[in-house]
Design a protein around this ligand. Structure first.
Ligand SMILES: O=C(CO)[C@H](O)[C@H](O)COP(=O)(O)O
Length: 215
C-alpha cells in the first residue's frame, strides 16, 4: 500500500484551513508542499511563511519539495517552518552531498528530487545518505500536467538500485498521478504518491484520497 501525499499546490488558497482540515481528516499520509522560485522552475508558489501556516494546520508528516536555486540558503527557514522532510533538486545543487548534510544536521529527513530528463544512475552514490527520492513524472513548475510515461522505467531502475543496496529510501512519484495510472506507478516500485489535481479538483477529495490509498 502506497503512502498518499496530496500536493497543497492544488488547494484553494482562500480556504487553506479547510483544505488542511480535510487532509487531516482523510487517510492521507503526508502533506506535500511545493516551493517554486520562478528561476529553477517557470512559476512562483509561496515561501517559508505560508509553509509555516500550512504546517501549523497539519497533523501529518510534512514533506517540503524545494524547486528553487540555491536551496542551501533556505533549508534552515523551511526546517524552522516545521518540515519533516526537505527535498532538493539534484539539478539545482552543485554540492548535493553538502546540501543533504545540511538537512540531516538539522535532525530531519532529506530527499533528492530528480527531473524527467535526469538519469537516475546519478543518484547511486547519494542513496545511502537520503530518505526520499522524489521522481518527477512531469516537468516541475505546475500542477495538472500529464504523467510522462517513460518515468515508469526510471522508477523501476531506482527500485532496483535501492533494493540492491539494501536501503529503505522511499520512492516518491510526483506529477500527473491519477486513479488510472497509480497502480502501474506502484507496481513499478513507488512508495509514495503525490497527487495534486487528482485530489483537489475531484468532486470528493476525501474519497479520492481513500481510493488512491486502497490501490
Ligand atoms: O511538484 C509539482 C509540480 O512541479 C506538484 O507536486 C505536482 O505537479 C502535483 O500536481 P499534479 O498531481 O496535479 O500533477
Amino acid at each position: 500500500m502506497a503512502l498518499i501525499a496530496p500536493s497543497l499546490l492544488s488547494a484553494n488558497f482562500l480556504q487553506l484551513q479547510q483544505d488542511c482540515d480535510m487532509l487531516n481528516n482523510s487517510v492521507a499520509d503526508w502533506f506535500h508542499i511545493d516551493i517554486m522560485d520562478g528561476i529553477f522552475v517557470p512559476n512562483i508558489s509561496f515561501g517559508a511563511m505560508v509553509t509555516q501556516f500550512i504546517i501549523n494546520a497539519s497533523k501529518k508528516y510534512n514533506d517540503v519539495h524545494l524547486m528553487i536555486e540555491k536551496p542551501g540558503d533556505y533549508i534552515q527557514a523551511f526546517k524552522d517552518a516545521g518540515a519533516h522532510n526537505i527535498s532538493v533538486h539534484i539539478e539545482a545543487c552543485t554540492h548535493l552531498h553538502r546540501n543533504i548534510q545540511q538537512i540531516k544536521s538539522l535532525g530531519i529527513h532529506a530527499g533528492v528530487a530528480i527531473n524527467p530528463h535526469t538519469n537516475v544512475a546519478l543518484l547511486k552514490d547519494i542513496l545511502v545518505d537520503i530518505n526520499v527520492v522524489c521522481v518527477m513524472s512531469v516537468n516541475p513548475g505546475f500542477g495538472g500536467q500529464a504523467f510522462i510515461p517513460h518515468t515508469l522505467q526510471k522508477i523501476k531502475q531506482l527500485r532496483k538500485m535501492i533494493d540492491e543496496q539494501g536501503l529503505s529510501v522511499k520512492i516518491e512519484v510526483d506529477g500527473g498521478v491519477t486513479l488510472a495510472n497509480a497502480t502501474a506507478i506502484i507496481e513499478a516500485g513507488a512508495d509514495v504518491l503525490v497527487a495534486g489535481n487528482t485530489v483537489f479538483k475531484s468532486p470528493n477529495p476525501t474519497e479520492t484520497i481513500a481510493a488512491l490509498k486502497a490501490l
